[in-house]
Design a protein around this ligand. Structure first.
Ligand SMILES: Nc1nc2c(c(=O)[nH]1)N[C@H]1C(S)=C(S)[C@@H](COP(=O)(O)OP(=O)(O)OC[C@H]3O[C@@H](n4cnc5c(=O)[nH]c(N)nc54)[C@H](O)[C@@H]3O)O[C@H]1N2
Ligand SMILES: Nc1nc2c(c(=O)[nH]1)N[C@H]1C(S)=C(S)[C@@H](COP(=O)(O)OP(=O)(O)OC[C@H]3O[C@@H](n4cnc5c(=O)[nH]c(N)nc54)[C@H](O)[C@@H]3O)O[C@H]1N2
Ligand SMILES: [Mo]
Length: 798
């Protein structure tokens, strides 16, 4: 491990990192020399104060991926996010109306390189690597083995996957599914990359089979946003379009790290600043992209200082946002009381909302002391934010996982809606609520029916279109599926992409549950932990990625996806599929449906596979807002789905009004001697996919087993920077949850807060530790205790 201590003494967010101890550069660390994650080479340096997305630095930033064969992916890069190109799968950020030649970011390039690699897994791999061997491997190693190319099957009792034909694979799975006592004994997971066409066909198959057990990654992601917005404004989607960013006076970015997770958003924020907008960042971490942005598309971004981003950095304590938002709304209401008729948007409130009186009464009781304790802020900072809000006519609030993966996530997002509604900041240009989705088509999958609780209107439409009775009882969500597997109620688990055992909380419990399945099935591009942690029998069905040309009987097919601002557009694959035997996701679903259902339902599955227009034709009839789908998807660059609040201030709630809500304030209680820990993403990962071991903007190199702690907390706990610690989850359910041998990094995060990387930190989150109302694992509010490492030679398997 090497560390440049002098360079790292830094001021960020008003917190100075004091130098502690002497330079330890070069000191050897014995974590595990055989661990290809290279933890033994961990280097901790200075966090960056700016972020960029320079395609030109691709080579230097992703050396690990170079071995993946950059040439093939480079061919695809120019087609990325272009009109006749493919939609980048790295996030759900929308495309601007006027697209640039390089409409992608560094992390999008990593995603493409990782998928479009020509490296493949050959048949010999399966004899060399039994499942017991795969279980010992890290996510990084699994992902770097290359693309899956042929279906393989592990029979019950066998330790080896063995290649099988597609026909054989579908027969095995169909026999298993048809042998179950009830369709509810199977669960069908979806990760958010699946196209609209594949998602629609998949949910149709699952419902025709007879269950609503359709958990998805959204359960762990923006579920809190969906619930909060659905209950208040009647739709769980953003009320803004891309162009609104350029029209806003104020953009508040809460619980989100766009520099890493939505890098192209920085361009939109920069344009907003050029047009005079102010930006406020609310975050416990001083994230690089929120401080300064060097735009690779501009001269001043390449050779100059770049753009200073946040006009105000509100360094909040984890889980303190609900209190902050209530306090700002309280100040808005107090300003109105001081000068009646001048502050609130009375006309809007009268015509379009309900609940103002109750909200006003409730917030009048808000206790400032509690707010300061919950947020860790000073009153003056909240005053400043309120003043900015009051000075702005058009306000956008955006957010991501920092808010949703909290116990009070749903209530917190309802407070965002309250604050916006008070001054009419919904349904006018330059203003609105903007959850920024994660996976590139997670929103589209929901629109297409991937949800365990689709409303009756959707099921009715499905029934009309296909003439069968879809099940009406709600199915299981992601956590419910793990519980069902644990309790033996679910016996078959199938996943359309993703990596559920690694992505879900309580790793030990989740893995034990998955091992209990009778059969697990992964439809995947590449290996991950979910191909090693399997049931008695297991199938891997390899599929094409979005970068690949999808040729079917009627010619080359395109698919469609929906971005975070409800824009639906086509995506065309660009390169030859990496192996001739691969099937598209649509083909896999169609053939599986034929094998399982036979003549049970009247659906032209063969037609689906031959021509995706046929699927889109059905989508037009079933999915609200998608009429004439085949026509509209071919117009210009697609179309924008209707959205009542955004388009016409119509709120499809039971009352027909937007609901101001009263939410009882609660914040995380932190017993003495503990910290609140969040799990977040490094700059070198996509969820559970680990591209490399650096986190450039936070100054971390060649390692992931770190825990970021405020320097003053370290002093308080008698710990020193760079010390090896064990991170213990503090719960009282008798289960020991601990991360062993993690390196403390003194870091300017908020006091009382810590951070470690996901998915490693999932070990610490109990399965029943869930956001109220959305069942999302509380990945950003885990109470932990740090103890000097029990065994300094400790190794953690990641
Ligand atoms: N390159 C890359 N891109 C991605 C992904 C990826 O892994 N890699 N993942 C995709 C997916 S699925 C998603 S959902 C998104 C995720 O995008 P983000 O939500 O940006 O992802 P996280 O890394 O979880 O970052 C959470 C941010 O919230 C802050 N935060 C944590 N707790 C709190 C809190 O209590 N209050 C406040 N105000 N802030 C808090 C953290 O400090 C951090 O900055 O990104 C998508 N895009
Ligand atoms: N502690 C903690 N836990 C979290 C989070 C957190 O912030 N903290 N974040 C949560 C969030 S926001 C999310 S969205 C979930 C993510 O949960 P998932 O979506 O389940 O996980 P991913 O890591 O995105 O899945 C990656 C895998 O998908 C497969 N794949 C990639 N492309 C394709 C494709 O085109 N087709 C198919 N069929 N397969 C493909 C590859 O095999 C790859 O290994 O994790 C959640 N878990
Ligand atoms: Mo996500």
């Amino acid at each position: 491990m090497a560390r440049n201590k002098t360079a790292r003494t830094t001021t960020a967010g008003g917190v100075t990192t004091p130098p502690q101890g002497t330079t330890k550069a070069g000191r050897p660390v014995h974590l595990d020399d055989t661990d290809e994650t290279g933890e033994s080479t961990l280097e901790i340096g200075t966090p960056k104060s700016w972020a960029a997305g320079v395609p030109g630095v691709l080579h230097s930033t992703i050396p690990a991926l170079e071995g993946m064969g950059v040439t093939r992916s480079r061919k695809t890069l120019l087609a990325m996010n272009q009109k006749h190109g493919f939609d980048c799968m790295s996030c759900a950020w929308p495309d601007p109306t006027h697209r640039k030649t390089f409409e992608f970011c560094e992390n999008g390039a990593k995603a493409v390189t990782w998928e479009a690699t020509p490296i493949t897994i050959g048949s010999e791999f399966w004899t060399e690597h039994p499942v017991s061997d795969l279980l010992e491997r890290t996510e990084y190693w699994l992902g770097m083995q290359g693309r899956l190319t042929e279906p393989v099957y592990k029979a019950a009792g066998d330790d080896y996957y063995r290649p099988v034909s597609w026909t054989e694979a579908f027969r095995i799975l169909a026999d298993k599914l048809n042998s179950l006592d009830s369709p509810d004994q199977a669960a069908f997971y979806t990760s958010g990359r699946t196209s609209n066409e594949a998602a629609f066909a998949y949910q149709l198959f699952v419902r025709a089979f007879g269950t609503n057990n359709l958990p998805d990654c959204s359960n762990m992601c923006h579920e809190s946003s969906g619930w909060a917005m659905g209950q208040t404004i009647g739709i769980g989607k953003a009320t803004i379009g891309y162009d609104d960013f350029g029209k806003a006076d104020l953009i508040i970015v809460m619980g989100q790290n766009p520099g890493t997770n939505h890098p192209r958003m920085l361009t939109a924020l920069e344009e907003a600043k050029d047009n005079g907008a102010q930006i406020v960042a609310v975050n416990p971490m001083p994230e690089a992209g929120l401080k300064r942005y060097k735009n690779p598309q501009r001269v001043k971004g390449v050779i100059g200082h770049g753009t200073d981003m946040a006009d105000q950095f509100v360094q909040i304590r984890l889980g303190g946002d609900m209190a902050l938002l209530q306090a700002v709304s309280q100040r808005v209401l107090a300003a109105e009381a001081a000068k009646p008729g001048t502050v609130l948007d009375h006309e809007f409130l009268r015509e379009h909302t309900m609940g103002l009186e109750e909200l006003t009464d409730h917030l009048a009781q808000l206790d400032e002391e509690t707010v300061l304790e919950a947020t860790g802020l000073r009153s003056a900072e909240i005053d400043e934010l309120a003043a900015r809000y009051l000075a702005a006519d058009k306000v956008i609030i955006t957010w991501a996982m920092g808010l949703t993966q909290q116990k009070k996530g749903v209530a917190t997002i309802k407070e965002i809606i309250n604050l916006l509604l008070l001054r009419g900041n919904i349904g006018k240009p330059g203003a609105g609520a903007s959850p920024i989705r994660g996976h590139s088509n997670v929103q589209g999958d929901r629109t297409m029916g991937i949800w365990e609780q689709m409303p009756p209107a959707f099921l009715d439409a499905l029934q009309r279109e296909f003439g069968f009775d879809p099940p009406r009882d709600h199915g299981t969500d992601s956590v419910g599926t793990i519980n069902g597997l644990r309790d033996g109620q679910i016996k078959v688990f199938m996943a359309m992409g993703g990596n559920l055992v690694a992505a879900i909380s309580d790793t030990q419990a989740a893995e034990a549950a998955m091992h209990g399945a009778e059969m697990t099935v992964q439809v995947s591009t590449k290996l991950n932990r979910s191909h090693a942690v399997v049931g008695d029998a297991a199938l891997i069905l390899p599929t094409m990625g979005r970068t690949e040309i999808d040729r079917q009987a009627t010619g080359v097919q395109f698919v469609s996806v929906e971005d975070t601002v409800c824009a639906v557009h086509p995506s065309w694959g660009q390169v030859t599929p990496v192996a001739p035997n691969l099937l598209s996701e649509v083909a896999i679903v169609s053939r599986l449906a034929r094998a399982v259902l036979g003549e049970k339902v009247q659906v032209d599955w063969t037609g689906f596979e031959r021509d995706y227009d046929l699927i889109r034709e059905h989508i037009s009839h079933v999915v609200a807002g998608c009429d004439d789908y085949n026509v509209k998807i071919r117009e210009k660059v697609g179309f924008v789905l209707p959205n009542g609040p955004r388009d016409s201030r119509t709120f499809p709630t039971p009352t027909g009004k937007a609901m101001l809500t009263v939410n009882d304030l609660e914040h995380l209680d932190r017993p003495e001697g503990t910290l609140i820990l969040q799990s977040l993403r490094s700059h070198d990962q996509f969820n559970t996919t680990i591209y490399g071991h650096d986190d450039r903007y936070r100054g971390i190199k060649k390692g992931r087993h770190v825990v970021f702690v405020n320097p003053n907390d370290l002093v308080e706990f008698g710990l020193v920077d760079e010390q090896l610690v064990d991170v213990h989850g503090v719960y009282h359910d008798g289960v020991e949850r601990v991360l062993r041998g993690f390196r403390v990094v003194s870091y300017p995060t908020a006091r009382g807060c810590a951070a470690a990387y996901y998915p490693e930190a999932n070990v610490l989150v109990p399965l029943d530790h869930l956001a109220e109302g959305s069942n999302t694992p509380i990945s950003k509010g885990v109470i932990v205790r740090l103890e000097p490492a029990h065994n300094t030679e400790a190794v953690l398997s990641s």
